[in-house]
Ligand binder design. Structure first.
Ligand code: HEC
Ligand code: HEC
Length: 346
């Protein structure tokens, strides 16, 4: 083997090594890129769940809390506040069909829907009543006082009659609500106020599926016919009715699917909370559709919504100005209605 041949061989050997080395670099880079992409993708998937729910899981400690009951003054102003609280918690004893003060309502308690006397976060609490009333409400087309708003619930949710503005009962209920909201600045609706707002489904809520879920999760307390269970003295409800003659009438807020679904998501079956809901969003919407498809007392609501274009998307009675029918306004899907109204406004 000549000297020249040896050199040529070792040259091609080196070139071979350089080439292979380049390939290794290329392969290595591809592996790194793919790995980075896979890691990123899995994190995205992981992240997706918590991000989507953060909206609905505000940390508990930031939610509004009612003042401690021990801070109710011991003078006559405190007595009025305490009477107001009793009226909210035990409405039927005072104002129900067998009420000791007057018989002007259906036997339900305000607390049946405004849980824990209107103090429970996302339990339809009264935290923003003192801070936001009087305010304009499109349902009446009027600037509404607290008195008007309270009477709205008496006439609709309790299917009853209004209290006189200067009655001892009205004054007491308002004193209690003002006491509850004493730390909430004017105009503010604190976190945890009212009801949770669920994401809309992409399809209509289904009363048939709702019936199945109702019979699995609600029937043992509210009854097969939504009739509830009376207390032993028959003056109020151990389990309030959900439809039928003793229930809220068709002018009430709960007849709106989003309010019913939001109420039960964070509060029912009894024991559920905002932090520990027991229903999926879909179950909540479907049960709302089932319950609100059943008969209940009627209210003359001809004077509601003087500007019909301001009816909420889930107000189930026409006429509307947005081109969607009553069925879609009752059961959804709601997103297309929201979209159409946005474009209309420009
Ligand atoms: C059948 C259920 C139900 C009953 C019973 C009920 N309410 Fe209501 N109430 C509602 C719903 C639903 C809303 C509206 C919640 C919303 O729009 O977010 C509401 C809203 C209110 C508001 C306005 C709250 C706000 O922040 O704007 C007041 C005040 C009120 N109710 C008082 C009462 C009083 C007082 C009683 C008893 C006499 C009562 N409610 C009984 C369901 C009920
Ligand atoms: C363990 C018994 C129990 C179960 C199960 C239960 N609830 Fe209730 N529900 C109650 C009680 C008690 C109240 C009244 C709460 C209060 O006054 O503090 C209530 C109140 C309500 C109200 C507001 C008052 C009314 O009568 O309109 C609605 C709406 C409601 N429940 C719906 C449901 C739905 C839907 C389910 C099933 C997902 C359900 N509940 C399961 C006991 C129950």
């Amino acid at each position: 083997m000549s000297h020249l041949q040896v050199k040529r061989n070792s040259d091609s050997l080196k070139r071979g090594f350089r080439l292979k080395g380049l390939w290794w670099i290329v392969i290595f880079s591809i592996v790194i890129v793919v790995a980075a992409w896979v890691i990123d993708a899995t994190q995205l998937v992981k992240r997706k769940t918590p991000l989507a729910t953060t909206k609905k899981t505000e940390p508990v400690e930031t939610l509004w809390q009612a003042p401690a009951e021990t801070t109710i003054p011991t003078d006559s102003s405190g007595e009025e506040i305490r009477y107001g609280k009793n009226l909210i918690a035990n409405t039927a004893s005072y104002l129900g069909p067998k009420g000791t003060v007057m018989a002007i309502s259906n036997g339900m308690n305000c607390q049946n829907c405004h849980l824990e006397a209107g103090t429970k976060p996302f339990g339809n609490n009264y935290s923003a009543v003192a801070s936001t009333y009087p305010k304009f409400r499109a349902r009446s087309g009027l600037e509404e006082t607290i008195e008007k708003r309270i009477n709205d619930c008496l006439e609709r949710s309790l299917n009853g009659k209004a209290l006189a503005n200067d009655s001892r009962e009205m004054r007491a209920i308002i004193s209690y609500m003002k006491w509850l909201g004493q730390d909430v600045p004017k105009g503010v609706r604190p976190p945890g106020v009212g009801l949770v707002q669920l994401d809309y489904l992409d399809y209509p809520a289904d009363p048939a599926k709702g019936k199945i879920a109702y019979e699995a999760q609600c029937v043992q307390c509210h009854g097969k016919n939504g009739e509830g269970t009376k207390s032993t003295d028959a003056a109020s409800w151990t389990y309030p009715p959900l439809w039928g003659k003793d229930s809220y009438n068709d002018g009430a807020g709960l007849l709106r699917l989003s309010l019913f679904a939001g109420y039960i998501k964070a509060n029912m079956p009894l024991g559920a909370t905002y932090e520990k809901p027991q229903l999926s969003d879909e179950e909540a919407w479907n049960i709302a559709a089932y319950v609100n498809s059943l008969p209940r007392p009627k209210k003359d609501i001809a004077n509601d919504w003087p500007d019909i274009s301001r009816k909420p998307i889930d107000h189930p009675f026409g006429p509307y100005t947005d081109g969607f029918d009553e069925k879609q306004h009752k059961y959804g899907p709601f997103a297309p209605i929201v979209e159409a109204r946005k474009t209309k406004k420009g």
